[in-house]
Design a protein around this ligand. Structure first.
Ligand SMILES: Cc1cc2nc3c(=O)[nH]c(=O)nc-3n(C[C@H](O)[C@H](O)[C@H](O)COP(=O)(O)OP(=O)(O)OC[C@H]3O[C@@H](n4cnc5c(N)ncnc54)[C@H](O)[C@@H]3O)c2cc1C
Length: 380
């Protein structure tokens, strides 16, 4: 797809920022120690990346979905973890607020998130409710002006540093499945809220993930988000947008791995010539580039379809997430292969791309869940 001049300029700016600021030192520190350098976040916030897709009246840049895709893609091309930091307020953090927050909630919670001053995370998954979040057991029982929340959320990205979490809980205790679930904005400092230990993960190190435990947490009714008992539909709608973000991270990660592989194949010599002279290697590069280009076209079209209100947008979001994330895993595996033994060593960037790509077919709905969404839409 040919980008408009405006989008091309955005791509250039995102790329310049990532290449200049996401230094090897910062990336190594993230991966090895899990410690995030908040200085880089302050810079990201200063340039407005925390609010790329959030309307200007709520402190964002008012960009369209394609500009948000370009940001995620270009950031992940250099460092997938840093792309996740910029992505969260624009997608799962800000999404539910944008979908149904009152003016007061938007000013209080969305604006500081879009400005990068506060962090909001998305807490849907539970130990017994992953692909089937409708089976959640976290409860919220009304007591006067308050709701009392009890339950446990798991795998919550960013929970250890979050100021607020959008928590899904069952408010209609008689109902089963997706019905009777509501959304709450939970201040992480409220009595009864705690986090589990950050998980030790295979990849995306430096973006901490933990449980959120809720024990008799009293949330004021003004922090009920959206209509009572109707939170599930908003979660699904928000995930559409989030899936585009994961697709873009996958695309960037694959592009980064391809570029590393081209450079390595041209430089590394065996049997007296660069390994790229062998069709066994060069054809792998051709396949990787072709798959990336196909993924890019699907993703950009999906971004435009979403903004245009296309009735197929939800299915396209799932297709883009499914295809781009599976593609990134295929591409990153080939990238390691092209690097030979060196591809297994941390010093070489493809090792990290390979590990980081692995989460992309899992979170925000596994590939199987995307297949369910796509096939349901085809067969309805
Ligand atoms: C690093 C990380 C970060 C995350 N961040 C967040 C977050 O910020 N917020 C949040 O709410 N959640 C988050 N998650 C949770 C994530 O979305 C879930 O892990 C994911 O949805 C899968 O759920 P599960 O792990 O319980 O797997 P399960 O649902 O138990 O699935 C296990 C396997 O069975 C398959 N499966 C399940 N049902 C079906 C079916 N009907 N048909 C075919 N196959 C099926 C799945 O595809 C998978 O392969 C995160 C997870 C990780 C690992």
């Amino acid at each position: 797809m040919i980008l408009s001049k405006e989008h091309e300029l955005m791509r250039k700016n995102f790329r310049n920022f990532a290449e200049t600021e996401f230094t090897k030192e910062i990336q190594d520190e993230l991966d090895e120690t899990g410690e995030f350098n908040w200085e880089i976040w302050n810079k990201m916030a200063k340039y407005g990346f925390a609010g790329t897709k959030i309307p200007v009246e709520y402190g964002g840049q008012g960009g369209d979905t394609l500009s948000y895709v370009l940001m995620n893609e270009e950031f992940a091309r250099v460092c997938p973890v840093l792309a996740i930091y910029a992505n969260t307020p624009n997608s799962l953090g800000g999404g539910p607020l944008l979908a149904c927050g009152t003016e007061e909630q938007l000013q209080k919670y969305l604006t500081p998130a879009a400005q990068g001053k506060k962090h909001i995370v998305f807490a849907l998954t539970e130990p017994g409710a992953g692909s089937d979040p409708g089976s959640m057991t976290t409860k919220a029982v009304q007591d006067g002006e308050y709701f009392v929340l009890n339950g446990r959320k798991c795998f919550i990205s960013g929970a250890p540093f979050a100021d607020y979490a959008i928590v899904y809980a069952r408010t209609d205790l008689q109902s089963k499945g997706p019905k009777g679930i509501s959304m709450f904005i939970v201040d992480m400092k409220l009595p009864g809220v705690s986090c589990g230990k950050p998980e030790h993960k295979m990849g995306i190190n430096g973006y901490p993930t933990s449980d959120i435990i809720l024990e008799d947490v009293r949330v004021h009714q003004s922090d009920l988000l959206g209509p009572l008992h109707k939170g599930y539909a908003v979660a699904m709608k928000t995930l559409d947008g989030g899936r585009i973000g994961v697709a873009a991270q996958s695309l960037g990660c694959a592009q980064g791995a391809l570029e590393e592989s081209i450079a390595y194949a041209k430089e590394r010599k065996q049997f007296g010539k660069p390994i790229s002279y062998n069709q066994g290697i060069s054809f792998m590069l051709a396949d990787m580039a072709t798959e990336i280009e196909a993924a890019r076209t699907l993703l950009y079209t999906t971004a435009q379809a979403k903004d245009a209100g296309d009735p197929n947008a939800s299915m396209l979001c799932s297709m883009a997430k499914y295809y781009c994330s599976e593609m990134a895993n295929r591409v990153c595996a080939k990238a390691v292969q092209i690097h030979g033994g060196y591809g297994y060593i941390k010093e070489y960037k493809v090792e990290r791309f390979y590990r980081d790509a692995r989460i992309m077919t899992l979170y925000e709905g596994t590939s199987q869940v995307q297949q369910i969404v796509i096939s349901r839409s085809l067969l309805k």
